[in-house]
Design a protein around this ligand. Structure first.
Ligand code: SAM
Ligand code: SF4
Length: 525
């Protein structure tokens, strides 16, 4: 829906309640009489513009608008008093952080958090579209929520996040899950208070998905998960258009927050006692490219390293944009940690070319060696896709040899999943699923072996651990992460939660380390 359509629609919905009712009844009648996706799409185009992948691919040169004037409409400021909300989050850190913003908005409207669906007055599903199984999980959850809605018709259920930016998903929900009250896109999060109001007072499903390239809305409230580690968005969107990936369509164009806004947020977190921040973006190395002054991620990190916050991470890097300035700044160390997540996707230059990654196996290895030269102890981790359309055995073997050559200490590995609207989804694929699964198993076995070897090096060493809380498996054990993102479990007083302590590693496992408080820490307790 464009701005003008939105105004028109909201004028209709804010009219007198009788009008709203008859409007909604008419909508429902018309919906009942439709029997195809095409018809539904056609009808809804009269009231909103569905997400359009082709259009999204055309990036406009228009400057990004930054808004500093966000506020919750007066009539919504206490609408949630005495009520509760629950948000289910799927997917990446970006979504986790969006959930913190939505939790902030709902809290400012008076709602309180619950983790019990039966107690919730508002349930939001913050969805991920990156692979088909992520979407299947969400549709499964939507099915589970139906009985709750039947039991409690006042319950508001909303679907948001990346899936709502997909036309096919919106149409499927409209057609098959009419009990959903609202669908809103990644560009519409700040509109949550108004959308909630529409959903409460209108009987029709509220759908607001802007296919726009996106603005930046500053000053949104946030309820952060925990007070030890915090996420800070430095940019939004992605312009890389890797041929398999849905993100550039669901998240809009690359747009950087102003350095001063980011630095202010980091300072604020430091003042509140946060011990670690992670700078977030789909392609953080493109940070600053859209600003009208010369400034990049290296420059930003160089300023952030001077802020009194013990640990600074960033994710996700794109090898193409990882420049020398950033390497030079990271090598200064201090609070800038030397764990670099550098998704490679494939070890074959031919596959990388059809993925449109814009680097080759050779240039990736060159980058790795530059990083290692500047930061000899850096830990490298990655993302890999196996079974890209028509990937040959030889090309897959190139991925295996690259994993060995770089010595990745862990990797997120995926079987390629076709995403509607992306170029790769249209290509014929002659690799059987069995072959893809077998490749994934072989790759995982190699990654596990390397992860184990990397862990073994820590036996007998003293490492710095940011203590995050009780271990998930045993409340008598504390757990936290080292500077290089290794999970450590050890017994110690709970008073250490939130602190960085020295731990002596006693045993290495594949994905975690066991340890005990180092003598110097134990001695001062
Ligand atoms: N922006 C990051 C980058 O360029 O590496 C990653 C973003 S994406 C949320 C995380 C990972 O999901 C990607 O690195 C890729 O390995 C994987 N991925 C993305 N699209 C995929 C698809 N269609 N099928 C399988 N895996 C996919
Ligand atoms: Fe997707 Fe990352 Fe490629 Fe952007 S850079 S299209 S987010 S894989």
């Amino acid at each position: 829906m464009n701005e003008q359509q939105r105004k028109q629609a909201s004028q209709i919905k804010q009219g007198n309640p009788a009008d709203v009712k008859s409007d909604s009844d008419a909508n429902l009648d018309r919906l009942k009489n439709m029997d195809s996706d095409e018809m539904i799409g056609k009808y809804f185009q009269t009231t909103y513009e569905p997400p359009n992948l082709k259009k999204a691919k055309k990036r406009l040169k228009k400057d990004v608008d930054i808004h500093y004037d966000f506020s919750i409409p007066k009539e919504m400021q206490s609408i949630g008093d005495g009520k509760k909300f629950l948000i289910r989050t799927y997917g990446c850190q970006m979504n986790e952080h969006d959930t913190e913003v939505m939790a902030g908005l709902l809290t400012d409207m008076g709602y309180q958090l619950t983790d019990d669906t039966k107690q919730a007055d508002v349930i939001l599903l913050n969805t991920c579209a990156i692979r088909e199984n992520a979407e299947n999980k969400v549709f499964g959850e939507i099915g589970h929520l139906k009985p709750l809605k039947l039991e409690n018709p006042d319950l508001i259920i909303g679907v948001c996040g990346c899936m709502s930016q997909e036309e096919a998903v919106v149409n499927r929900i409209l057609k098959k899950h009419p009990f959903i009250d609202m669908i809103f896109g990644t560009h519409n999060i700040h509109r949550l208070p108004s959308l909630l109001k529409e959903a409460m007072f209108s009987k029709e499903m509220v759908v607001e998905v802007w296919s726009k390239e996106g603005d930046i809305i500053e000053n949104l409230p946030k309820v952060r998960k925990g007070r030890i580690k915090g996420w800070v968005n430095i940019m939004y969107g992605c312009d890389k258009f890797c041929t398999y990936c849905i993100v550039p369509y669901t998240r809009g164009k690359e747009r950087s927050r102003l350095p001063e806004d980011i630095i202010q947020e980091v300072r604020h977190l430091a003042a509140q006692g946060y011990q670690e921040i992670t700078l977030l973006g789909q392609n953080v190395n493109a940070y600053g490219k859209d600003l009208d002054f010369e400034y990049g991620l290296g420059d930003l990190m160089d300023e952030i390293r001077k802020i009194d916050i013990p640990r600074v991470r960033f994710t996700t890097s794109h090898p193409r944009d990882f420049d020398d300035r950033l390497i030079e700044v990271l090598a200064k160390g201090g609070n800038l940690l030397d764990h670099i997540h550098l998704p490679v996707q494939s070890g074959s230059s031919a596959v990388l070319r059809v993925m449109a990654r814009r680097y080759t196996r050779e240039s990736y290895l060159e980058l790795v060696s530059k990083i290692r030269k500047a930061m000899p102890n850096a830990t490298l981790t990655t993302d890999i896709i196996v079974g890209f359309p028509n990937e040959t055995d030889e090309q897959f073997e190139e991925t295996m040899t690259l994993v060995k050559e770089v010595g990745f200490e862990s990797a997120y590995t995926f079987i390629y999943s076709p995403r509607e609207g992306t170029p790769a989804a249209r290509w014929e694929d002659n690799i059987p699923m069995e072959v893809k699964k077998e490749r994934l198993q072989r790759l995982n076995a190699l990654v596990n072996e390397q992860a184990k070897q990397a862990m073994e090096k820590y036996e007998g060493e003293i490492v710095k651990v940011l203590v995050e809380g009780e271990s998930k498996k045993n409340p008598d054990v504390l757990s936290g992460y080292t500077e290089r993102s290794k999970l450590v479990n050890f017994r110690a007083p709970k008073s250490l939660i939130g602190k960085i302590v020295d731990v002596k590693i006693t045993k290495a496992k594949t994905w975690s380390l066991d340890g005990e408080l180092a003598e110097q820490t134990a001695g001062v307790l």
